[in-house]
Write a protein that binds this ligand. Structure first.
Ligand code: ADP
Length: 505
């Protein structure tokens, strides 16, 4: 509706212009007609005057040459008056004047005709007499007056009609200019609107293209993500299945290992009980053997030959060895069963190390070893059971003496070091220059009944329980027993024990 407005205005202006043009044309026709009236009124009067002049000239002179205007008037006056009648149609007042004028003209022409006839037929005097009647002059004056009225009325009409024509022309010009301007504006407006519409359409198309491609990209991305999600879901499902099956396996294995552990615990307890019972049962007859051997040695009830004395000594040595083995088994069984009690207190390390030498001096001398106890900080104090620490150190030094070839070096030392969990520890080291222990055996030697040299090559005795017992005891005191060794260079056994703290004092 809004867009149709300017077009309607242009159409209206066009219609107004057309109407104005038509009206102007009508006005022009009327103006022309009025000018014709003026022209023919003037022409009629002039023709009539010429006819009268010619008549008078002929009357006076008798020269027929004067009759030419009269004869011309006879021919043209009728045409002129009928022309006037046509051009004044629609104007009753003017028609009435014309009717009167026409009658007078007829009368005047008859008078002229009579005058000419009298001159020709009778003579000048008769003709002049007729003229002198003033009948002709009167008619002529009236005709002049009527035609003057017709002319002045036509002049007035002409002025009006020309003004109307000019007014209509102006209206047409104005409406034409307005219409043209409106058309130009409409064209501009339409052009701009079209251009704007075109731009908008183009922009819309571009935007649509862009959003279309964005949508496409997003759709592709979504598809990709959906695929990835599907893959991940499948992977997760597979992982969940794996986890479930691993869980089932673990549960099964846990049940199996729990059962195995309870079986092992039962077996361990049975083993310890068995070893304790057996050791006790073995020690009773061994004591009897020792007692009777001693009686025989003492010659009760009677002395034995010298050769038997030697046998008795061998029996006693074997009995002692066996008793030692049984005691070791019994100790191990006790430590394994957790049946050992620890009397924990602060142990001054330097003093404790000093008690070892007197106990191993004879064996040391027998093997020709050099023994050194490195003096340590007097303030070094461990939190431990003195007897158990002495037992462990004796076992370690005894092993060093036993496994180091003649003339070796055995060193005992101690120091404070930060422990594995940053708790300060005391470490006591027994170092020897013996054969060393192969790396693959370093862990195994702490297991019960494990000896590096077995069979015929074995030159020392023992049950392979010393280190197992010692490590159990060390761990029982919140410490540990470790070894570093190099084959051919020697071994260092380290006994780790908690450092006594001020709070523990
Ligand atoms: P045993 O001394 O009765 O054999 P242990 O448990 O004390 O049992 O020692 C286990 C094994 O560790 C020994 O048989 C020996 O092979 C090895 N061993 C222990 N101490 C040393 C050492 N200082 N030097 C070399 N080998 C050693």
């Amino acid at each position: 509706m809004l867009a149709a407005g300017p077009a309607f205005i242009v159409l209206l202006l066009g219609a107004l212009t057309l109407d104005g043009v038509l009206r102007t044309r009508d006005s022009r026709v009327l103006v022309d007609r009025t000018r014709n009236v003026i022209h023919y009124a003037g022409a009629t009067l002039s023709t009539l005057q010429d006819a009268e002049t010619g008549q008078r000239g002929y009357v006076l002179t008798g020269d027929t040459a004067y009759l030419a205007p009269y004869e011309n008037a006879v021919a043209t006056l009728r045409a002129d008056t009928s022309e006037l009648r046509v051009t004044m149609s629609g104007e009753p007042e003017q028609q009435a004047r014309l009717d009167s004028t026409d009658r007078l003209i007829q009368s005047k022409m008859r008078e002229l005709g009579q005058t000419v006839a009298l001159r020709t037929d009778v003579g000048t005097a008769e003709a002049v007499k007729l003229v002198a009647t003033n009948r002709g002059k009167l008619a002529m004056d009236t005709i002049r007056s009527l035609l003057g009225h017709i002319d002045s009325s036509a002049q007035a009409t002409l002025v009006q009609r020309e003004a109307a024509e000019s007014e209509r022309g102006q209206v047409v010009t104005v409406t034409l200019i307005a219409g043209t301007l409106a058309a130009v504006l409409l064209a501009l407006f339409s052009n701009m609107a079209l251009m704007r519409y075109g731009y908008a359409q183009e922009k819309l198309a571009r935007d649509l293209d862009i959003s279309n491609s964005q949508l496409n990209e997003q759709a592709m991305e979504l598809e990709l993500q959906a695929q990835q999600l599907q893959e991940q879901a499948a992977e997760l499902e597979a992982q969940a299945e794996d986890l479930e099956s691993a869980n089932r396996d673990l549960t099964r294995e846990m049940k199996v290992s729990e059962a195995a552990r309870s079986v092992a615990d039962t077996a361990n307890r049975a083993k310890s009980e068995f070893l304790a019972v057996m050791s006790h049962e073995l020690r009773t007859p061994l004591n009897a053997i020792a007692g009777y051997a001693q009686l025989m040695q003492m010659g009760v009830p009677e002395p034995v030959p010298a050769v038997h004395q030697d046998y008795i000594m061998r029996i006693q040595a074997s009995q002692r060895h066996l008793l030692g083995l049984i005691n070791a088994v019994l100790n191990f069984a006790r430590t394994e069963a957790g049946a050992v009690s620890y009397d924990m207190h602060d142990v001054p390390v330097g003093a404790l190390l000093g008690t070892i030498e007197p106990l191993i001096a004879p064996q040391m001398a027998a093997r020709g070893h050099h023994y050194e106890c490195v003096p340590c900080d007097r303030a070094l104090v461990a939190r431990a059971d003195t007897d158990k620490v002495a037992q462990i150190l004796l076992n370690l030094v005894s092993n060093a003496i036993k496994f180091t070839p003649q003339g070796g070096e055995i060193t005992l030392s101690a120091e404070a070091v930060p422990g594995a969990s940053n708790a300060p520890m005391v470490v006591m080291r027994v170092h020897d220059t013996g054969p060393g222990i192969p790396p693959e055996k370093l862990n195994a030697i702490f297991d019960p009944f494990v000896q590096v040299e077995t069979g015929l090559s074995r030159s020392t005795d023992g049950a392979g329980l010393g280190l197992a017992i010692s490590r159990n005891l060390a761990q029982g005191m919140s410490g540990d027993l470790t070894v570093e060794s190099e084959v051919g260079a020697g071994s260092t056994f380290s006994l780790w024990l908690p450092l006594a703290t001020v709070a523990g004092d």
